[in-house]
Design a protein around this ligand. Sequence first.
Ligand code: MOS
Length: 691
Amino acid sequence: MTDMITPRAMGTDRARHDAVAKVTGTAPYAADHEQAERVHLHPVQATIARGRIAGIDTSAAEALDGVILTLTHLDAPRLASSDDTEMLILQSDEVAFRGQLIGAVVARTSETAREAASLVKVTYEEQPVDATLSAERDDLYAPDEVNAGHETDTASGDVDAAFEAAEVRLEQTYTTPMEHNNPMEPHTTVALWQEEHLTLWDSIQGAHTARSALAPLLGLEPEQLRVLAPFVGGGFGSKGKPHSHEVLAAMAAMRLPGLSVSFCVTRQQMFTLTGYRTPTISRVRLGSDRQGRLSAISHDVVEQSARLYEFAEQTAAPTRTMYAAPHRRTTHRLATLDVPVPFWMRAPGECPGMHALEVAMDELAIACELDPIELRVRNDTAIHPDTGLPFTHRDLVGCLREGARRFGWADRDPRPGRREGDWFVGTGVAASTYPALMMTGNVARVTYDGDRYRVEIGATDIGTGTWTALAQIAADALECPVEDVDLRIGDSDLPTGSLAGGSTGISSWGTTVVTAARAFREEHGRTPAAGATTQAEQPESDLTERFAPHSFGAQFAEVRVHAETGEVRVPRMLGVFSVGRIINPRTAHSQLTGAMVMGLSMALHEHSVLDERWAHVVNHDLAGYHVAAHADVADIEAVWLDETDEHINPMGSRGVGEIGIVGASAAVANATYHATGIRVRELPLTPDLFL
Ligand code: MOS
């Protein structure tokens, strides 16, 4: 058991620390800070998907009044070599995807920069484009590992034989499309080079993450680069690392000392430059006895990666965690295509993988003539099926039972096709899981100024509530009122903070803040002198050697499918989550329901349509790429089980950023089957699929 802190502020509802600043527009986002003389960068992007730049002529751009600088591969600064090849822009004449950054114009106004960029003449030597993902390709390969360091393949027992011998067999292929993160604030970087120091005001999920990626690339010592990100308007993973736009802004700034070079990535540019969820093809086989007890589970995934840089989504990873079965297998295979580089999108891996697994479980329940909740309960496991380790706390069954009670599941007629007027009406359920991990290497500092406690750590608030929840943790660790805590985050000049990603933020930073607070009390007592200060490092943890730390949940949806038009509406969603102690009910509720809305959006709308001839996303803006709007969202509720995880960290909490999206789309898809009797195994659930 971990040495816990006593909850006083933790668990209480508190308005956001930054609420007034945000709603009055005074919270400074990357483009908003008071900056030295502002100039504007507009990029030149490749208009072919593969080949070489034969010629690039910037003379017309340079002739435009107000243009200060142009950059191309012919005159750009040299970057240090890097494994992150996505970042190595303007270093050669090669083009690896359509939209890749191949030049820049900096001008006095953004309009001039944009106009001038359009005047840069580029000729190419083009090569044939290969942008077609298919499970039948003969050049699929196994990467060394998949995202987050997961194994590419796992196997135990003899899954093929067990599947063949099973009384009930389900074998289907499920697909999820290419999807793009669309945070409210597009990616933005303002770069200022002054006295051999570079400052970046950046929309990024981790100031230190950005600094450690960018400083070596630009040939700078870490002390020469400061990254500021006090407020970030959403990221969902797309700001989990710097991308090439930060590099381009920095390159231009270092040519223009004293000028703040502003690169506000446009919504359209985000569809090529800042990552996306790779499309996935999941072949799932489930074998069970007639009572629904699984004997065989296999999940074989095919997905795309980019020629420029390998990114392998860990789509089958959740299938390793969910259900007990003696014979199991998971695999990942990649197709290397001439496409932009995929990256993280909220719950990478778990989100598309659980869509496949949880629709398959619904199909198996029907094949076994079993309630889908009962099927999941029968296959619950107290130990992680692959590692044999106990979970720190697993209450999937509690989530399913509580959800069933609240949702009114007991009254459900399992037969599909109930009709009310012009609408088919149905309900569906799916399970959720997300790992509860911690980053390492955090440092926090506590200082008493004679009146209040300053708590400093390079954490980030990407709209999630870090400003508020971390102050609550600090207050409880210091045993003082929250009002006496002056939290400082979002700056690489602060003690090292890890990324706001992978739902690890509050666990990682909170543990470190608690460590620093305890060390402060040890050193300075309960009545410290003004100026007393203590800095402490995050303690090492062997948790994952002893336990499998995961959160769980159950998602419920009610849908209506129009009999004539096929339109799908979702009048009701309920999520019940087992996530340890809730630090702040208000911000946690917002995280969970926000993620469920994102899952609803995935279910009904989100689809980046790739024209394979040009490897170009044709619906590259919010007019064509639909995300759920208010009119899509009816009654969405998220609740949690009252629990404390006694093993995980001194707060007893697990992350809540991502689990809310996991399984949400499967619950909606399963409900559309219950409504119509039509099983759709692809996303999104567009009207044509129900006609
Ligand atoms: Mo999350 S996709 O790890 O920011």
